[in-house]
Write a protein that binds this ligand. Sequence first.
Ligand code: TPP
Ligand code: MG
Length: 317
Amino acid sequence: MSDLTEELYRRVYLIRKAEEAIIERYTGDEMKTPVHLSIGQEAVSAGVCYALTPEDQIVGSYRSHGIYLSRTLETDRFFAELYGRVTGIAKGKAGSMHLASKEHGYLGSSAVVGTYIPVGVGAALANRIRGRANWVAVFLGDGAIDEGVFYESLNIACLKRLKVIFVCEDNGLAIHSHAKDRHAYDAITDIARQYPCEVFSSESTVAEEIHALVSRARAQAEESHRPIFLHLKCYRYLEHVGISPDFKFGYRSESEFERWKAVDPVLMQRKLLACKKPEPEIARLERSIDAQIAKSIDLAERSPFPTAEEIHRDVFA
Ligand SMILES: Cc1ncc(C[n+]2csc(CCOP(=O)(O)OP(=O)(O)O)c2C)c(N)n1
Ligand SMILES: [Mg+2]
C-alpha cells in the first residue's frame, strides 16, 4: 500500500510545480485562459481530495487546479486545456476555470461564484435517490459564503441529511476585499453552526493534518447522518487572477505573506516525508514529477487546436 505521507507530498508538489510552470510560460500568451492560481493553498486540495474515496464526487470553482491535479494526477490533458488544444480536458474549449473529470467523479467547476454549491448538493440528492453511499465534496471560497445560494444549499443539505462535505477554503479574500469588510459576523463557523451539520475548523497548512481532519469528520458524520462543513483557513500567495504577487496594491502586507510562507504547505509536507524517506528518494520523486510536467507541456505545445467544426460541439449556449 502506498504511503500516506508520500502520496500527500506527491500531490502538493505536483500542484505547486504545475502552477509554477504556468507562471514561467504565461507571459508568452500561448495559454489563452485566465488563471486563478492556488499557490499557498495546496494543503487543502491535496488533504481533502486524498481523503475521498474513488466513488466520492467533487465540484469546485474557477480556482481548482489543485483539485483536478490531486484527484487525477494527470497533466497531459490539463496543460493541453490551458493551451486551448483539442487534446485538452474539454478539447481546449473550457480553459482553466471549467475543469472536470467525469471518470474521477470530478463533476465540474464554474466561474460564477457560488453556482457550484447547489450543483454539488443536487448531486448528493441524486446519490440518495439512487441509493449510493458516496459523499460529494463542494469546494467553495469564503467569498461564496456571501451568496444567497450558499444558505439555500446548506439548508437543504441539512434538511435532507445529504452526504455533502462543504469545504470552505478561506483565504480571507474575495478578489481584493477582506472578510471583515464583507461579513457582519465574526466567524464563518458561527454561521455553519446554525445548521445541523458537523462543523470542523483548521488553520493547518499540513496536508496530512487536513487529511486526518476529513477522515475524522467523515467518521462522525456517518454516525450522525449529517452533512459536514469544513472551515479551512489558508493563504493565497499571488493575486486573485494572474501570476504576480500583489502586495503593491496595498490590500495586504508582505509581512503577512512571510508569516504564512514560514509554514508553506509544500515545505511542511516535505519535512514529514524527510522523517520517513532518505533525501535521494524524495529527490527522485520530485524529478519524476518535474519530468511529467515538462513532457505534458511539450505535448500540449505540439498538439493541434480544435477544428472549426469541433468548436461548437458540446457547447450549450
Ligand atoms: C456571482 C458572481 N459574482 C461576482 C463574481 C466576480 N468574482 C470572481 S471571483 C470573486 C471572489 C470570490 O472569492 P472566494 O469565493 O473567496 O474565492 P477565492 O477567489 O478567494 O478562491 C468574485 C467576487 C463572479 N465571478 N460571480
Ligand atoms: Mg476567498
